[in-house]
Design a protein around this ligand. Structure first.
Ligand SMILES: Cc1cc2nc3c(=O)[nH]c(=O)nc-3n(C[C@H](O)[C@H](O)[C@H](O)COP(=O)(O)OP(=O)(O)OC[C@H]3O[C@@H](n4cnc5c(N)ncnc54)[C@H](O)[C@@H]3O)c2cc1C
Length: 274
């Protein structure tokens, strides 16, 4: 089983987040990190490789500086990396991104016993659409919200988070699994991994290399080929400072209950007491 991991380099939201006058993120001031769900997907892929053999290939579509992220993932144990980049791809929405990633994964030799692991969602775009769209593009089943993955010779059993609990889903390979960050604790790079990552293959592909999908052209990628458009971006106003109720737990609970009655969030107490 060979595993393909889709990973995205995202702005570190714990650093300086600022918007430019045109509403886009001022990325020049922001540090970048690997999207947290994608680190969990990479760790899951490395564990599958340790148990069943095969290779781990990390794939990203992004600006040239995404290569730093790919080198880090190679240093943690991935075997090869693919960067799909180009000016015409910038501004692509999830529809185009999934299509480009599917073409790159096909070109990289995706086979009938292989698996694609994605993050559930990115912390910047945050749509959670790329994984499911990728499964549709590759014509294979998908399992989203993976919080645990068990594998055996016949396939995979995934514990998938739902609104009111978990469900166990069984899937045969090939399939796409969208991973949540609570799936595992990603390993750190070690010194030998950092040295060896520079000798591992990192392929840089452009649009012209994606011949697995002949319909991918300058006209069908980037803003021109993207059916979604972002109309406005704005920073949320800071919330009002909350109220702190001092005193014993009982006294604080009574004060909070009275405040909620005043706001008619709780019904009035019997006998008119507050
Ligand atoms: C030159 C260039 C510049 C770009 N600039 C930006 C930018 O400024 N902002 C931006 O958000 N995007 C940028 N992209 C990438 C692309 O537009 C977005 O990745 C895409 O719209 C994904 O949306 P999302 O973040 O909502 O994904 P989600 O659906 O929330 O992501 C779910 C999962 O899909 C996978 N995934 C998503 N995007 C990628 C990707 N690009 N590569 C590999 N795996 C991925 C990850 O596993 C992720 O956890 C750029 C791409 C290129 C080529």
């Amino acid at each position: 089983m060979n595993v393909f991991v889709c990973a995205k380099q995202v702005p570190d939201t714990s650093s300086n987040v600022r918007l430019l006058p045109d509403g886009t993120l001022d990325r020049s001031r922001m540090r970048t990190v690997t999207n947290p769900d994608d680190l969990a997907a990479t760790e899951a892929a490395l564990r599958l490789k340790e148990r069943f053999g095969g290779t781990v290939t990390v794939v990203t579509m992004g600006p040239p500086q995404s290569e730093e992220m790919l080198r880090e993932l190679l240093a943690t144990g991935a075997d090869r990396a693919i960067l799909v980049t180009g000016r015409s791809l910038a501004g692509s929405d999830t529809y185009v991104t999934a299509r480009v990633l599917a073409a790159a994964i096909r070109k990289a030799g995706f086979g009938p016993a292989d698996v694609v692991l994605c993050g559930q969602q990115s912390i910047d775009g945050d749509t959670a659409q790329v994984g499911p769209e990728l499964a549709v593009r590759l014509g294979i089943p998908q399992i989203t919200n993976a919080a645990a993955i068990e594998a055996d010779a016949e396939g995979l059993t995934v514990k998938s988070l739902t609104d009111d609990g978990y469900r166990l889903v069984r899937a045969e390979v090939p399939c796409v699994i969208c991973c949540r960050k609570e799936l595992n604790k990603p390993r750190y790079m070690n010194v030998s991994g950092i040295f060896s990552c520079y000798g591992k293959p990192l392929e840089v592909l452009g649009l012209a290399d994606l011949d697995a999908d002949p319909e991918l052209t300058e006209q069908t990628v980037g803003p021109a080929g993207s059916p979604t458009a972002c109309l406005v971006t704005f920073a949320e106003k800071p919330k009002k400072r909350g109220t702190v109720f001092e005193g014993s737990e009982r006294k604080a609970a009574e004060t909070i209950a009275a405040a909620l009655r005043d706001e008619r969030i709780l019904p009035a107490a019997k006998g008119g007491a507050r």
